[in-house]
Design a protein around this ligand. Structure first.
Ligand code: PLP
Ligand code: COI
Length: 334
């Protein structure tokens, strides 16, 4: 797959508009295409829009499986609740995802490619007076994209720029997967990239509090330990993050979920590794971090052995070559 991530869409999608606040899913897929929306739709004015991102992978036995479907469904239900969108029915959402993937099975690329699944929920009430009221109606839809690597150039050491001043979003809504969070992160991201074309991601570390990058969670590792920030509402609770923690535990690493100090980075760079985790990012090595005028290079700047070991173990669960000890795979086509 050489097309940019997320720019090609599969032939089929599913939609469920609400009627009187209740999602109406007829059980049928529809051809992928445009839909009409009131110019006054709540999502367009007041940002009532959330989404999810998950993947289906071909398995080594020839079947197709969705990775951690129920965890993504649960997170989307929670995002809907936190942004006061009409409550989602987890069973309906789950069924829509499965139906869409089954319809698009012929477009799933071979490994290392996969099918990216993008469930989206937008507020549709046509009411521009509803600035301080939740949308009464919404549209839930699922689209799919055949994808390859998210970062151009495949698995390679990334360069992160540490942003200590401008936050990605507000502390209470970082855990919501809402479009608004990504819009807010754009300005600092583009400004940083304009200054340094080599920057792949911004690592948000407001006031020294390292949380996540614009599209992934952040980890440190050495031969014994795997470290990542403890969960709270200020950043996205990555499903891949929780997978990496579980797999690292299985491999015998000590897990530390705790604040990561900026001052620790130099020390880790000298004897450890850093990486990112995410559905799109998978598990991506970090080679260099730029903080103010200093350049922190991890090891020799190449992917570390622990990073690659953890990545292999994650990919093995995703593609069916590893045992599914945690029950993370949902087979959609055998
Ligand atoms: N943080 C942000 C801001 C993200 O966009 C993502 C990607 O979805 C993640 C973290 C990782 O989350 P997950 O592993 O559930 O994809
Ligand atoms: C994902 O990894 O699913 C995301 O939503 C990140 C996005 C920037 C592609």
């Amino acid at each position: 797959m050489t097309v940019p991530f997320g720019t090609v869409f599969c032939d089929w999608m599913t939609t469920a508009p609400t009627k009187d606040g209740v999602y109406q899913y007829g059980g049928n897929v529809e051809p992928y295409g445009d839909f009409s929306l009131s110019p006054a739709a709540h999502a367009l004015h007041y940002g009532s829009a959330i989404f999810e991102g998950l993947k289906a992978h071909w398995q080594v036995d020839g079947s197709l499986a969705i990775f951690r479907l129920d965890d993504h469904v649960t997170r989307m239900c929670q995002s809907a609740e936190l942004l006061r969108l009409p409550a989602l029915d987890a069973a309906v959402l789950r069924q829509m995802i499965v139906d869409t993937v089954e319809a698009n099975v012929g477009e799933v690329p071979p490994p290392p490619g996969s099918l990216y699944i993008r469930p989206t929920l937008i507020g549709t009430e046509p009411n521009i007076g509803a600035a301080a009221t939740p949308t009464s109606e919404a549209l839930l839809y699922i689209v799919n994209c055949p994808v390859g690597d998210y970062f151009k150039g495949g698995v390679r050491p990334l360069t992160l720029l540490v942003e200590e001043d401008i936050p990605r979003t507000t502390p209470q809504f970082g855990m919501v997967k809402s479009g608004a969070n990504y819009a807010m992160a754009l300005s600092p991201t583009l400004d940083a990239m304009a200054e340094n074309a080599a920057v792949d991601q911004i690592l948000f570390a407001t006031g020294g509090d390292i949380t996540e990058t614009g599209a992934a969670n952040f980890f440190l590792a050495d031969d014994d330990r795997v470290v990542t920030r403890q969960l709270d509402s200020s950043f996205l609770h990555g499903v891949t993050r929780s997978s990496v923690i579980a797999l690292a535990e299985d491999l015998g690493y000590e897990i530390q979920e705790r604040p990561i100090e900026l001052e620790e980075l130099e020390d880790w760079a000298g004897r450890g590794e850093a990486f990112l985790s995410g559905t799109a990012a998978v598990l991506s090595p970090v080679g260099t971090m730029l903080r103010g005028n200093s350049k922190i290079v991890f090891g020799d700047g190449e992917p570390g052995t622990n990073t690659l070991r953890l990545r292999e173990s994650l990919v093995a669960i995703q593609n069916g070559s590893g045992d599914d000890l945690h029950g993370w795979r949902t087979t959609v086509q055998s």
